[in-house]
Every structure is written in C-alpha cells, then in structure tokens.
Design a protein around this ligand. Structure first.
Ligand code: HEC
Ligand code: HEC
Length: 248
C-alpha cells in the first residue's frame, strides 16, 4: 500500500502556500520547473504517460496538493516515476502550474456562462470570419475544435491581441501574380508547385507558384482586436464557450 509521509517543513510551507493561493509568479516558476523536471516523461501537456493525465486536475493517486507534492518528492515506488530533486516550495509551484492548467480548462464553466459566451460569439461578428461546425465563414480558422487545441488564456489573448501570436498554419499571405493581381488569403494547401488560398471573400483560389511574382507572409493578423469591445466578464464567457468546443 502506498503511503504519504509529510515532513513538518512540508506542512508548514503547505499552510503558508494555501494562505497565499497560487500567485502568477508561482505558476510561472512551476511551469519552468515542470519543463525541466517532468515534461521529458509526461510531455508538455501532461498526457504522454499512458493512463496519466496531469493537465486536467484529476489524479489516480492524489487529490490534495500535499499528496501531489509527496508524489513528486518521493516518486512512486515500483514504477518508473522517480523522486524529483525539488524543494517543497518548488514542488508546490509545480502543483500551482498543474492546477492552473486544469482551471484554464474549465473557467467556472456553468451553463449560463456558456450560453452567454455562445450568444456573444454570434452577436459580435466572429462568424463573419470563423466557422463552428457548419455555421459561419472560412475566411479565418475553423474553431470547431479550438478547445481541444488551446487553453482559455491563449484564446483570450487571441481575442484581445490577435497579433501577439499567429499560429503558423493560420498565417495570411499576400501574393502578386505575373499579371499584377494582388490576392490576400489564408493558405489551405501548399506543395512544391502550387498553392490554395481562401481569400477575404471566402473564395477558393488555386495558384501555380511559377505564376507568382511576389509572395509574402503578412505580419499582422487580419483579425481586429476586441479589447475595447468586450468587458472582462464577456471576454471570459466568450473564451469559456470556445474552450468548450472540442470537436464535432
Ligand atoms: C522518468 C519519467 C518520469 C519523470 C521524470 C516524472 N514522472 Fe511522473 N510518472 C511517471 C510514470 C511512468 C507514472 C505512472 C506511474 C504508475 O502509476 O504506474 C507517473 C505518475 C505521476 C503522477 C501520478 C498520476 C496520477 O494520476 O496519480 C504524478 C502526479 C506525476 N507523475 C507527476 C510528476 C511530476 C510533477 C514530475 C516532475 C517533477 C514527474 N512526474 C516526473 C514517469 C515520470
Ligand atoms: C475579420 C475577420 C475576423 C473576425 C471578425 C474575427 N476573427 Fe478571429 N481570427 C481571424 C483570423 C484571420 C485568424 C488567424 C490569424 C490569427 O491567429 O490572428 C483568427 C484567429 C482567431 C483565434 C485563434 C485561432 C487558433 O487557431 O488558435 C481565435 C481564438 C479567434 N480568432 C477568435 C475570434 C473571436 C472570438 C471573434 C469574435 C469576437 C473573432 N475571432 C473575430 C479573423 C477574424
């Protein structure tokens, strides 16, 4: 039977930690410590070890923060999970990071908030560029499974600051053809000789690379920032709705 032993030091720092809650600085340090000590086995999202999922707040062998710390510090006897060389404080920072992943997954998601998020998505013009299942436009990326790919915090950032990070597969290009036509659009497909774009009118354009005079990636996202168009609550409900979209 696996047992948990606590040192007095661990209990004392646990109490101090619980009082402070998880500060952004702890979460940030925890993220780095996780990257160095854990991600080679558990993967960046905590789901590489089969049967173990560190990113969603439910564990087979632990429920409290203290139990998680004990697992990290002691390892799990008889399994490949080794004891890590971490101070108690560092171990709590990793817990803070793992809890933050789980919290980002379900930002207080109750039904009313999700419904509110969905109606914002429909009323704020998002569907003019995005698609969810069979509604909306293909000018921007399809968001049907955005929640399976990105966390609430990243989604919020995409909404208020679209230029902060544009994923490589979402980059827009501007091409000029031999006969001088300029076309801007999102790349759907590309091979050595040809390129398929979806242009700003949602039209599929197929081009031979040999016919292009110029080709450049756009630095800025075509998506407008919604920073001043959404209140804090609206932003979090909208992101909560998008996080709930995990596929068909
Ligand atoms: C050498 C590979 C390896 C490293 C490094 C490693 N782990 Fe693990 N860990 C495992 C394996 C394998 C298991 C599954 C053990 C079992 O139950 O069979 C596991 C299990 C766990 C569990 C229990 C999961 C559950 O659902 O109860 C937690 C929590 C955990 N690891 C956290 C961490 C953290 C945090 C770190 C970094 C400090 C870390 N591990 C480093 C291999 C590793
Ligand atoms: C004028 C078109 C346009 C409008 C309107 C628009 N977007 Fe976008 N959006 C884009 C484009 C293009 C991208 C891809 C480039 C980028 O990442 O900024 C994008 C990217 C995103 C991403 C990141 C996608 C990914 O794959 O990670 C999210 C999330 C997003 N938009 C949400 C929204 C929401 C929510 C709204 C409404 C409040 C909205 N967008 C309105 C065009 C638009």
């Amino acid at each position: 039977m696996w047992s948990v032993r606590f040192s007095l030091v661990a209990l004392a720092s646990a109490a101090a930690f619980a009082q402070q809650g998880y500060s952004p600085a702890d979460i940030q340090s925890g993220k780095q410590l996780y990257g160095v000590n854990c991600s080679n086995c558990h993967g960046p999202n905590g789901d590489f070890v089969s049967g173990v999922d560190l990113g969603h707040g439910s564990f087979h062998r632990a429920s409290t923060d203290n139990e998680l710390v004990a697992i990290m510090v002691q390892g799990i006897m008889g399994t490949p999970m080794p004891p890590a060389n971490l101070s108690d404080q560092q171990a709590y920072q990793i817990v803070a990071y793992l809890r933050s992943l789980a919290a980002a997954e379900t930002p207080g998601a109750n039904k009313a908030d999700l419904a509110h998020g969905k109606s914002l998505f429909e009323s704020k013009g998002c569907l003019n560029c995005h698609r969810v299942r069979d509604h909306g436009s293909r000018v921007g990326p399809d968001l049907t499974s955005i929640g399976a790919r990105r966390k609430a915090a990243d989604i919020q950032r995409s909404i208020v600051d679209p230029n902060a990070e544009v994923l490589p597969e979402n980059r827009y290009v501007r091409v000029v053809t031999r006969d001088g036509a300029t076309i801007t659009g999102r790349i759907l497909n590309e091979d050595t000789y040809s390129l398929q774009l979806i242009d700003s009118k949602e039209k599929l354009v197929s081009l031979q690379k040999a016919d292009l005079r110029q080709f450049e990636f756009l630095k800025n996202s075509p998506m407008p920032s919604f920073r001043d168009k959404l209140s804090g609550d609206e932003l979090s409900d909208l992101a909560g709705y998008l996080v709930s979209l995990k596929g068909l």
